[in-house]
Write a protein of this length. Structure first.
Length: 360
């Protein structure tokens, strides 16, 4: 495998000094990525999906973390694709998704006995991310950077970063991590990253979304969503009054209520307490079940991982910019709504079907 990687990178070094990637959604490029993604499964999984055209897989990582894995593909046009695998059938892979009580987007964690992973996925100290997918990032990040360095040494300067489903969620964090490393001079300034998060769930809170979209602006990063797919709608969002920016009409609600006449004051206080209490209670339940109670199951798989400090928030947000593959009448004839197949709209085939029909 190392020999194949070296040969492909050396060949592509002759092609890589001209820009091949464009800062826009390219449906043909995306279809090839979906074909690559299908190859994470066995032949029964991708039997109706053709081989990617113009790409060779140069590397498949070992399984790491919570059943995480990634592939490196080399294009005959002189760029590379880093593709992160999504959820597998293993319980621990699903636990990675359910481990969803938020943690800060800056810090460090230990998932290997000899390695502490330090990260700054956003410049905003209020930014927070999903801890399960953060473990996925921490597990693969060093390996990804090593292969980027190898490709760079062979002349490759352009990389597509991608992943579908859980892989797309991890790819949000990987993209943020690589942009951060590049801003600190740890990756060459002449390296171009194009990030395509496919069918990805929400990776962090609104402050993470703001920071990510600002840092990656310019058309080089995008999220691709089938409008019929439920996965981009999760994790469940719980917004409390603490999630607002400091200047907001709720910050001095008690003072405003006290100025009202008696009956108005009683009604307003009742409404305010009910709404605030309900969201706070929901968040505490969220943090307990999807954080504190899930943690021991994660630690059983990763003994060196310690419980993080979960933040007081669960305001998961969509992170764009978005390319919407609109499910229409023709689509639903081929992929009808189902009460028995929850993933009918989430797999590669329906995404490819809509991408082939996509028009700007």
């Amino acid at each position: 495998m190392k020999t194949l990687l070296l040969a492909l990178c050396t060949f592509c070094s002759l092609l890589s000094f001209s820009q091949n990637l464009k800062p826009e959604f390219d449906k043909e490029e995306y279809i090839q990525i979906m074909r690559m993604t299908s190859r994470f499964g066995d032949s029964t999984f991708y039997k109706n999906i053709p081989e990617p055209i113009g790409f060779k897989r140069a590397y498949r990582s070992p399984v790491m973390g919570l059943d995480n894995l990634w592939d490196l593909w080399i294009s005959d046009q002189g760029y590379a694709v880093i593709n992160v695998r999504g959820t597998t059938s293993k319980t621990i892979s699903w636990l990675e998704n359910f481990y969803a009580a938020m943690v800060p987007a800056q810090g460090e964690i230990q998932v290997k006995p000899d390695k502490i992973f330090k990260y700054q996925l956003a410049r905003d100290p209020k930014a927070a991310v999903h801890p399960g997918w953060l473990i996925g990032l921490a597990s693969i990040a060093d390996d990804v950077v090593l292969k980027i360095d190898s490709c760079y040494g062979a002349g490759i300067r352009e990389f597509i970063l991608t992943g579908h489903s859980q892989g797309g969620a991890i790819n949000y964090l990987l993209t943020a991590h690589l942009f951060d490393l590049q801003s600190k001079g740890m990756i060459g300034s002449d390296v171009r990253f194009k990030s395509i998060c496919s069918a990805a769930p929400k990776p962090g809170n609104l402050h993470f979304a703001y920071d990510y979209e600002d840092r990656t602006k310019g058309g080089w990063c995008m999220a691709v969503v089938n409008s019929a797919d439920w996965v981009p709608e999760v994790p469940i969002t719980i917004q409390t009054l603490n999630d607002f920016n400091p200047t907001n009409p709720f910050s001095n609600a008690e003072g405003t209520i006290k100025k009202q006449k008696k009956m108005t004051r009683l009604v307003m206080r009742k409404i305010y307490n009910d709404l605030n209490g309900a969201t706070q209670d929901a968040h505490e339940t969220y943090k307990e079940i999807l954080g504190e109670k899930t943690f021991p199951l994660i630690q059983k798989e990763l003994p060196f991982y310690e419980m993080p400090e979960f933040i007081d928030g669960g305001n998961y947000s969509r992170v764009g910019p978005f390319v919407i593959l609109r499910a229409d009448e023709e689509y639903f004839k081929k992929y009808p709504e189902s009460t028995t197949n929850n993933f009918i709209h989430h797999m590669m085939a329906p995404y490819i079907f809509l991408a082939e029909r996509y028009q700007h």
